[in-house]
Design a protein around this ligand. Sequence first.
Ligand code: PEP
Ligand code: MG
Length: 593
Amino acid sequence: MKKPHKNGQEEVLIRGIGVSPGVVFGPVYLVTGEESQPEERVLAEEDIASEIMRFEAAIIETRRQINTIQRNVQRVIGEYDANIFDVHKMVLDDSAFVEETIRKIQGERKGAEAAVRQVATRYSEALAVVEDEYLRERVADVKDVARRVLRNLTGEVLHVLDGLREKSLVVAADLAPSETASLRKDLVLGFATDLGSSTSHTAIMARALGIPAVVGLGDVSRRLHTGDRVLMDGTDGVIVVNPTEQSLRKYGQLADARQLIRNNLNALKEEPARTSDGRAVVLSANIELQEEVEEVRKYGADGVGLFRSEYLYIARNDLPTEDEQFEAYRNVASVLAPAAVIIRTVDLGGDKFASAVKMPQEINPFLGFRAIRFCLAQPAIFKTQLRAVLRASAHGKVRLMYPMVSNVDEVIRANALLEECKAELRGKGIPFDEHIEVGVMIEIPSAALTADLLARHVAFFSIGTNDLVQYTLAVDRVNDRVAHLYEPTHPAVLKLIKATIDAGHEKGIWVGVCGQMAGDPLMTPLLLGLGIDELSMVPSSVPLVKSVIRSVTLEESRVLARAALGAGTALEVLDQCRALAARAAPEVLELIQ
Ligand code: PEP
Ligand code: MG
């Protein structure tokens, strides 16, 4: 889109993917990222050993640098984001990467630089064509690590932002996560890149640092030059080159308006999540690591509705001990007491694997040896976790929840193991909550359709819509080729949610939702109208969802739910949800569009 400009230059709008919110305006600083190509050398026989030593020294130095960056990120942003650099260390520690490079030096007599470059290119090309978007995004991590190793080999110090003197918008073909992590907020207004997606570590890092960013802009790094004046909106994912006065005013006002909305939402922290006609909903948070407990408090959630405990098992070579797990669960429970913390027992398998646990190679891992199925087959591992959870229950309000339950028998068997653990602790005089509440996740259609039977054995249900959608619609949740079929508002999904809520209420137990749907403000009135008691979501979504709850009545939410249950398509339901949100909470729409 082009518009005439009073100084003769045209305004040009380029669309990409907004990955970190914020409107900024300023001069471009273009990162060219050109690196010297290593010269092709043929090593003499007697130089091979020293070349391998040089390569190994570069690996050691790279690991040291990554550790330093990781520690800085940990200190400034937090443990969760610092974990990104574990992926980098995994590349460095990958014996195939190291050995293949050494083989090239030894067998083909290549210099270390050329060998590293070739091996990294082969890795990147192999990753670039895999279907899994997450793995594809790791290409950036491999390139980042390889670039660092190369720099350490050549001694070339390439600080991408060395020339930066004034506050600028950094434009690059791509930015590595470690480069993003070292961006200085005092000099960087935001960044825009040709490549990238919202799940890339670069995007995650930008959000964590609070630096506005737009990625996936095509050839923006070839179209812009250092010094160009550019306006960028990290929410809408656009950059405007040579913006007119009118555009500047429009985006400036937009930024002010959004900030005002955010401030107003944050002011709701102490207010109850209650509709204007008096229906209260519990709003809790999903966490993966104990460190996130601060976020839970910051956004005013009523405790934790889903603690994904498997992250204690991932990215390490051994299993977490009972004491280690106890410490983590107790920390969260005691900080948040008297609010409740629902600890989900380990959900390994599917797309989550732990090095210490041997899992079979499966053709359909999401339909395979996952979650409660794995736990029941490995009672020693399962009981270690159950004892840790029980012990933590003496230090706050702890609840326990089993994932991926598909039949009643699994709940009976898991509860029997829980009783064994209780007896063991009693025998040793170790305190725990004798009345600890146990619930199940409703993630599989068979569980939703037999919720009345399951309800006899548990104190609550939490609907895991991420999996319920995938298992109901037969759409792999991590396969972007079928992502267009992944529809949370599909009538079949709504009918299963409704059946679960009704069965739970009939048996006198409460029902929550802890999948992504719970944190989508557009879905809030629909879930309310279907009768949900609790919504659990990423902590930062709590203010948005609370604001929607406070803007609608239970009555109009029920009308919406009835209409949705009678709708023919997922899109129809989505339109109905959007219409109510636009009427009741237009400012929230403003923030999420
Ligand atoms: C879900 O399936 O909705 C859920 C919350 O669990 P996870 O995303 O961890 O599978
Ligand atoms: Mg799940």
